[in-house]
Design a protein around this ligand. Structure first.
Ligand SMILES: C[S@@+](CC[C@H](N)C(=O)[O-])C[C@H]1O[C@@H](n2cnc3c(N)ncnc32)[C@H](O)[C@@H]1O
Length: 240
């Protein structure tokens, strides 16, 4: 059974996830930085630095949301970044941010489903996804689509929450994630489910070596796993 945000509803995971992000879009950036004490910004920077040696020119940012990862990737001076997402609410916040910063000539945001990407084979030099793959309805299909639209030799960089495994971080993290984060998240976002879904979806997600196995199965090679901040997050890189 897939972990979904609204357990009393019977839409599939994809439409529930889109609804959830539409609901919290206005508060997403604030909550992200507040609940992670800003560490999410450091994690995105680290992910972008792993991509730097590739000097990608055409970049696709999947599950781009409000475009934070795409904006961070501008540091690599690509010709263009395309961001896709299934939540129009998140894309609207992202577009407003890009317009305010004068970045609309470099980053284009559009509706796009990771499991059916609206691009031809071998289009991008690099693909990035931050905190997106855990939300896919069909992880293997999403990763296969990433592989399909990546150019041969191109690199995919996936940043995602993972589960710390050693004492005392494991216990502290579980307490925070299960008891504090859902309460603050609900209070600020006014969505009853989003910040309960977050720890549940992290718990159910195949992290670490399990993720690398799936990455490899869909065709990625030179796959590597970089554990961040006691294993709270991980970066997975792979090449086509
Ligand atoms: C936690 S947000 C991450 C946003 C951004 N990447 C960041 O680093 O802040 C997850 C995003 O994934 C999007 N998403 C979930 N499933 C998706 C899918 N199948 N295709 C495209 N986007 C998807 C959601 O709409 C949401 O905006």
């Amino acid at each position: 059974m897939a972990v979904v945000p609204y357990k009393d509803q019977n839409q599939n995971k994809k439409s529930q996830v889109a609804t959830m992000f539409n609901n919290i879009a206005g508060k997403y950036d604030f909550l992200n930085h507040f609940l992670s004490a800003g560490i999410d910004i450091i994690w995105r920077k680290k992910a972008v630095s792993l991509l730097a040696p590739e000097k990608p020119k055409q970049v696709l940012d999947i599950a781009t949301g409000t475009a934070d990862f795409a904006i961070e990737t501008l540091r690599l001076n690509p010709d263009k970044i395309t961001g896709v997402d299934i939540s129009e609410g998140m894309l609207a916040v992202g577009r407003e941010k890009l317009a305010k910063r004068g970045l609309t000539n470099k980053i284009e945001l559009k509706y796009g489903d990771s499991e059916d990407l609206p691009f031809a084979d071998n289009t991008f030099d690099a693909i990035t996804v931050a905190f997106g793959v855990r939300n896919f309805e069909n992880l293997e299909k999403g990763l296969s689509e990433m592989h399909r639209v990546l150019k041969p030799g191109g690199m995919a960089v996936v940043l995602e929450f993972s589960k710390p495994r050693s004492f005392p971080m494991k216990q502290l993290y579980q307490f925070y994630f299960k008891n504090i984060l859902p309460v603050v998240g609900k209070l600020v976002s006014k969505d009853n489910a989003a910040y309960t879904y977050l720890p549940e979806s992290v718990q159910a997600f195949p992290d670490g070596q399990q993720f690398l196995d799936i990455y490899h199965k869909v065709g990625f090679r030179n796959t590597k796993w970089h554990s961040l901040t006691f294993g709270i997050s991980s970066i997975y890189t792979g090449k086509k």
